[in-house]
Design a protein. Structure first.
Length: 275
């Protein structure tokens, strides 16, 4: 029985040890028991976890709704914070979350809803009833405001379409927004724009610009096509070379044959013929 316990403890300790990035820095040794490793980690990190839980819970309770217009976004934010808090380990249940939601609502606007929803115990029921109430009371007004905004934009565009610029005579803009000469945005026109007749830049400006551009192009072309002439390097004067004299002795084939190697002469000749 003891051997089985030791085996399981060793396996558990190995798993814990291998999942720690720097065991020595946390005071954990490979010879510690699994219980000792767990207690050391719990003593060091559990305190930080409690701090994170407290911060997440305070953040969840601090969210307040300023007015009923932002109720959908407010509930969405509370749901996200609730999920984050539970992931850390706060364990905020439905009853606690219902209390947090009702306390975050403005009593002046949603006082009647707060009194009615106090008897509910599920977060889903509370949020569903609040969103239904918002659809009835606020959504129509929001849609009306959006529609009125669209109408105002259309009216503004219609009015601008009938406006005529006193500078260039074109409809759709006023003098301060005119790109033509003497307009409020003279010289700021995009490349595709063409000035109306009579509002073109003076011909002298055009000629000057074209001449400057032509001079710049000519200068660039001359710099890139005309190479710099470098003088050819002078070659050193030729020096006479001395005749090569081999340090090895020179033997005559006749001497070799006449010195008692006549019988081998044919072999030597054959050998030389191979080369």
């Amino acid at each position: 029985m003891a051997e089985k316990y030791d085996l399981r403890d060793a396996i558990t300790g190995t798993i814990i040890y291998q999942n720690i990035l720097d065991p020595t820095a946390h005071g954990i040794s490979v010879t510690d028991t699994s219980r000792g490793m767990w207690d050391a980690l719990n003593a060091k990190f559990n305190r930080s976890s409690e701090v994170l839980k407290s911060i997440a819970l305070e953040k969840l309770q601090a969210v307040k709704l300023a007015n009923g217009w932002d109720l959908p976004a407010h509930l969405e934010n509370l749901t996200k914070l609730h999920t984050d808090a539970n992931c850390i380990g706060c364990h905020v249940g439905d009853s606690d979350m219902v209390s947090i939601i009702l306390q975050s609502l403005p009593p002046a606007e949603l006082g009647q809803s707060i009194m009615t929803l106090q008897v509910m115990t599920f977060v889903s029921d509370v949020t569903s009833n609040l969103l239904t109430y918002w659809d009835i009371v606020y959504k129509k007004q929001v849609e009306a405001d959006v529609k009125n905004g669209a109408v105002m934009n259309a009216l503004t565009a219609s009015v601008l379409s009938r406006v005529t610029c006193n500078n260039c005579g074109i409809e759709g803009h006023t003098d301060p927004a005119c790109w033509a000469i003497h307009g409020g945005k003279e010289g700021q026109a995009p490349k595709w724009w063409r000035a109306p007749k009579g509002k073109e830049p003076p011909q002298s400006f055009i000629d000057t610009a074209r001449a400057a551009r032509a001079a710049k192009v000519a200068k660039f072309t001359a710099a890139t096509t005309t190479g710099i002439q470098h003088p050819a390097p002078a070659l050193p004067a030729a020096t006479p070379t001395a005749a090569f004299t081999s340090p090895m002795p020179v033997y005559a084939l006749s001497n070799f044959i006449s010195s008692g190697n006549a019988d081998k002469g044919s072999d030597v000749e054959n050998h030389l013929l191979l080369f």
